[in-house]
Design a protein around this ligand. Sequence first.
Ligand SMILES: [Zn+2]
Length: 242
Amino acid sequence: MSFPPSAEPLTDVQRALCVFAHPDDVDFGSGGTVAQWVEAGIEVAYLLVTRGDAGGFDATPRERMPSIREAEQRAAAAVLGVKEVEFLEGYSDGMVTPSLELRKEITAAIRRFRPDRILTSSPLRRWDRIAGPSHPDHLAVGEATTCAVYPESRNEFAHMDLGLPPWTVREVWYNGGPAPDHAVDVTDTFERKITALRAHVTQTTHVDNLEGMLRERLSLVASGLGLPEGRLAEAFTIIRTA
Ligand SMILES: [Zn+2]
């Protein structure tokens, strides 16, 4: 099972909601793309399911990690021009499942923000790269978000107790899935992606040559999807949902 070929991106998007499991997910996979969306006048918001409390690589007291990582994500969002960052309560890093409760909370966020486009992690596992993109929390959030897009947020008879009118998200961008085929040229926003990633101090300060590593990875993505030599790209699968 894999994704079908990507749809052409919508050209009339006003609002985009990015739903991810952990602080730094959106910046690693999609920071250059989000920066472009903001530049193009799209209003972008983040919904984070956890505060990444199982992350970090040093002796920082574990109980401090959630608040540190929330602040890091807010700082990274500010670098890219994203003003709205919301965190759900009650979900722990490493223990996320695509539960009915999570689907309902994402539905509530969709009905409040009313996005044309959603960006989330792939619910499909990459068997060639288990580490990283196929973290179970990423798969769970991708699945729960897809269920919230269809049918829950658009069905007026689903979650009536939320007291929010239904909303139809027309397009979903998946990051980190198998064989992504839609490249976004992020050469011009790469520096800001790196600056945003450096705001995740607990996650990136221990990485040797973060910029070089990502430059190499994004240039491979670009050449693999047919962009000219010297370009950098982030890759997605785009699905129309309406
Ligand atoms: Zn993650």
